[in-house]
Design a protein. Structure first.
Length: 426
């Protein structure tokens, strides 16, 4: 099985996940060698493949066999593991089955009408299902061409678009918002026929502006690492409904349930629950997490609140969890808070996500400093950059005298967020 990790993980983050996954062989870039050598010395991994590792990748390719013997596998065997959630505490390594990956790839290719003539661009990381399965796997499965960039670069993306080869474009809402600021955009996108957005909710206004500017509807779907795709909006462009994530894909069942697991009727809000061949096998080495993720009968709990209308379109209302989605990246507040608490000047902190036109949500750190202490945003950012991946570092730092709390002493984040959104003083 293959395990894909983010290239921007810091030393502690990388160590935590590799120790949890226990891979035998690691393919890595040279800048990760120092951290990985320590893991090898500790017996966590056997071989490191990179320029100065145990085996050089180019040497491996040049001297490797030109054929291999396939090994029989059951369709429910684990094929890949992708990590979701925080990289501290108990990691959640989502175990994806062979049938799940095949089903997902085929479904996406079907809904996108993918062919061998398509040329797609991917600048999204392969440690996410969006990059690995939605973009890469479905494109390769249909014999299309995939052009890769290590990350989003506006100049390079525009250059590739202007070359007139791309037919499919995949991005998160932040990228579409930035592109809308480019003059004469319609004449720079060439033969582009399909645009897709995922990883965060797309604002209706952005969809409208993109359609008005380019003539192309931004398609969306709903899914998560544990089950994807769940819905698609839409195989028939004329039936696309702005603000909805569409109808359930063929072969996938979706229910709305209350907190007790009771099924709710159309028009009632509740937790989105999913069953089908797209669902994960469970979390790696985490039986309790796996148990908590499912209702009886194989229905995986999404942690998201949704509602169906009478025509069967699903709308995402809110999230049950504290997850912050910023620019398509998942940020768990507790991980950021634990890093902030390492700052000697901090008495208490609460990390929340606030609405942001460009990023969808921006990570905001609310801090109560210790008596007599002061901090600056620059000071906090500098402190956190060495401890967190770049997208997890808060973009805003707000000083509080004290936090609203429950009788039990729990910080009431929902009150903090409500007050900040409404412009009330801290």
């Amino acid at each position: 099985m293959a395990i894909t990790l983010s290239s921007v993980l810091t030393g502690d983050e990388l160590t935590n996940l590799v120790t949890h996954a226990q891979p035998k062989i690691i393919f890595a870039s040279d800048n990760k060698l120092k951290d990985l050598k320590k893991l090898k010395d500790d017996g966590v991994v056997e071989k490191i493949i990179c320029t100065d590792g145990d085996i050089d990748l180019n040497h491996l390719i040049e001297n490797g066999a030109d054929s291999f013997k396939a090994i029989d596998r059951d369709r429910t065997d684990v094929a890949a593991i992708l990590y979701t959630g925080g990289t501290t505490g108990v990691p959640k390594g989502v175990m994806l089955k062979h049938e799940s990956i095949l089903f997902s790839s085929y479904s996406i290719a079907y809904y996108e009408r993918s062919t061998q003539k398509d040329v797609a661009l991917c600048f999204l990381p392969f440690n996410h299902v969006f990059g690995q399965i939605h973009i890469m796997n479905s494109t390769i499965m249909t014999a299309g061409c995939l052009e890769l960039l290590p990350s989003f670069d506006m100049e390079r993306v525009l250059k590739i678009l202007e070359e007139g080869k791309l037919t499919k474009f995949f991005a998160v809402p932040t990228v579409y918002i930035r592109l809308l600021g480019i003059p004469d955009l319609k004449n720079k996108i060439g033969p582009l026929r399909y645009c897709f957005s995922a990883a965060a909710s797309m604002a209706k206004e952005t969809v409208r502006q993109w359609k008005e500017t380019t003539g192309i509807t931004i398609s969306e779907s709903y899914g998560m690492t544990e089950a994807m795709p769940i819905t698609f909006n839409h195989y028939y462009p004329e039936r696309h409904v702005v603000g909805s994530v569409g109808h359930p894909v063929h072969g996938v069942e979706v229910q709305i349930r209350d907190t007790s697991g009771n099924i709710l009727e159309y028009g009632h809000e509740g937790e989105i629950c999913v069953k089908g061949p797209n669902v994960m096998k469970g979390y790696l080495n985490n039986p309790q997490g796996t148990k908590d993720a499912f209702w009886e009968g194989g229905w995986v709990r999404s942690g998201d609140i949704g509602i169906f209308n009478e025509e069967g379109y699903l709308f995402i209302v809110d999230r049950l969890k504290d997850l912050i989605i910023t620019g398509g990246e998942n940020v768990f507040p507790r991980e950021v808070e634990e890093a902030i608490y390492q700052m000697p000047k901090v008495e208490e902190c609460a990390v929340i996500g606030l609405p942001d036109k460009e990023w969808g949500e921006r990570v905001v750190a609310c801090i109560v400093p210790k008596q007599g202490q002061k901090f600056t945003a620059e000071e906090m950012k500098s402190f956190l950059k060495s401890r967190l991946s770049p997208f997890k570092v808060p973009k805003e730092y707000i000083e509080f005298k004290e936090f609203p709390k429950s009788p039990a002493g729990k910080i009431l984040k929902r009150i903090i967020k409500k007050n900040l959104v409404e412009g009330r003083p801290s």
